[in-house]
Design a binder for this molecule. Structure first.
Ligand SMILES: NC(=O)c1ccc[n+]([C@@H]2O[C@H](COP(=O)([O-])OP(=O)(O)OC[C@H]3O[C@@H](n4cnc5c(N)ncnc54)[C@H](OP(=O)(O)O)[C@@H]3O)[C@@H](O)[C@H]2O)c1
Length: 408
């Protein structure tokens, strides 16, 4: 259940706890009505614009920021990718790029309270304070229990004027995925945010006919280039041993934007069928980044197979199994969570995908449909049609169609 307006609830809780009223604050009351209306309109616009990045930032919230100099907007920035710059920092970068040392501003307008703790990036409040900006206008408090007004208190404590214009950038409207993510129920599962990604033919099959795309490629080069970018924006890529045996993939990142920390590559393999000769285990080429390989297997793994894989650099980890002998996805997710994996790209074949979907462990969907009529193997068409999806977007990418959605 998503609370109707958790930013307001966070404000109320802070008031009850005896903190300065961060929701409307003395400063907000002191604003001239016309100026407050302008800020509210700008916050609404930033919040709407930020939503175009929702799939790339999830489970993070969509956030937009603008810098004003004597009421004139001089820069605008957005949180555009998970693990990437936050909106305030992006707006500062845009200003510096466009105006260099001549860039001036007196007001920061941002749809969500600046963060105050180290995550993938350093705390934004430090960067904001370092600019010397006088006024910070915020569209709502961060309902994440780790923040909830802490950023506001730090900024006010440093003598800055902070105005919180509650309700002008509703998270419930623009970032329902984030509210679901930080809910107690979701957090207590200890399961990384899962993006199920696959390419299918028009018949919903995941393998093309043998005489098409070398029997392997369904989507166009443009789609495959986009997948490289997605890979660079997750902590781990997860697959099944069926895919390793059939395709012998690298699951690495190639392309113009190579991540500093490439995603771990995780194979679910109950009985260590992963061959020691798998390309996954070869060293990376100069133009690619490849993360460490973890093979998750059942208890009592064959010691000689284990040694063979470990000699090639793989980390073999034993986890629990389900009653049917397949690896327990609950155990796999908990293992990933314990290893600080927070967002994964599930790039598996139909067997593992079907199971992950059936157990309602998919948070986000990314399906590329190529211009190929028929294919080989089971079809996921029915599964996709019956899935509960929300915030669905369909777009064209060359000859392919891309479906993006969150689980409903
Ligand atoms: N179009 C695409 O996007 C795409 C992507 C990947 C693969 N593929 C295609 O998919 C085909 C391979 O399909 P696949 O279904 O065999 O591959 P898969 O789903 O990647 O791997 C399935 C294997 O994973 C292991 N596994 C471990 N725990 C599991 C669990 N809880 N649930 C289900 N499986 C579990 C099982 O082997 P053990 O029992 O031995 O552990 C199972 O046979 C290939 O033709 C490949 O080209 C297509």
């Amino acid at each position: 259940m998503i609370p109707a307006d958790p930013t307001r609830r966070a404000s109320a809780e802070l008031r009850e706890a005896g903190h300065a009223d961060p929701a409307t604050g003395a400063e907000a009351g002191a604003l001239e009505p016309a100026r407050e209306a302008r800020y509210r309109a700008l916050l609404g616009e930033l919040a709407r614009e930020a939503q175009q990045f929702r799939y790339r930032v999830a489970p993070n919230p969509c956030v937009g920021a603008a810098l004003l100099d004597h009421d004139q907007e001089v820069a605008r920035g957005f949180h555009t990718a998970w693990g990437g710059r936050h909106a305030e920092i992006e707006a500062l970068r845009v200003l510096e790029t466009s105006r260099g040392a001549a860039g001036r501003f007196d007001t920061l307008v941002v749809t969500l309270e600046p963060c105050s703790s180290h995550g993938k990036t350093p705390p934004c409040v430090d960067a904001v304070l370092a600019t010397g900006v006088e006024r910070i206008v915020i569209g709502g408090l961060d309902p994440d229990p780790r923040h909830q007004g802490r950023g506001v208190r730090i900024l006010r404590g440093a003598g800055r004027e902070v105005v919180v214009l509650d309700g002008s950038a509703s998270l419930a409207e623009g970032s329902a995925h984030f509210l679901a993510w930080i809910s107690h129920r979701r957090m207590s599962r200890g399961a990384p945010w899962t993006i199920a990604k696959w390419a299918q033919t028009r018949s919903g099959q995941l393998s093309p006919p043998l005489d098409v795309g070398e029997g392997r490629w369904i989507s166009s080069p443009a789609a495959r280039a986009e997948v490289q970018r997605w890979r660079g924006e997750v902590d781990a890529i997860v697959t099944g041993v069926g895919t390793v045996l059939a395709d012998d993939p690298r699951l690495s990142v190639r392309g113009p934007e190579l991540p500093t920390y490439p995603p771990a590559r995780v194979v679910l393999d109950s009985t260590l069928r992963t061959p020691a000769t798998a390309r996954l285990l070869a060293p990376p080429a100069p133009d690619e980044r490849a993360g460490p390989v973890f093979v998750l297997t059942g208890r009592g793994a064959d010691p000689s197979k284990r040694r063979e894989l470990e000699d090639r650099g793989a980390h073999v980890e034993e986890i629990g199994t389900a009653p049917d002998g397949k690896l327990s996805l609950e155990a796999a997710q908990r293992w990933l969570w314990r290893h600080c994996v927070r967002r994964i790209l599930l790039e598996a074949g139909p067997a593992l995908l079907e199971r992950w979907i059936a157990e309602e462990r998919v948070d986000q969907w990314l399906v590329y449909e190529g211009a190929i009529e028929e294919g080989r193997g089971p079809s996921l068409r029915r599964t996709l049609e019956s899935a509960r999806l929300r915030t669905v977007r369909r777009r064209e990418l060359g000859v392919d169609t891309v479906l993006e959605a969150f689980s409903g």
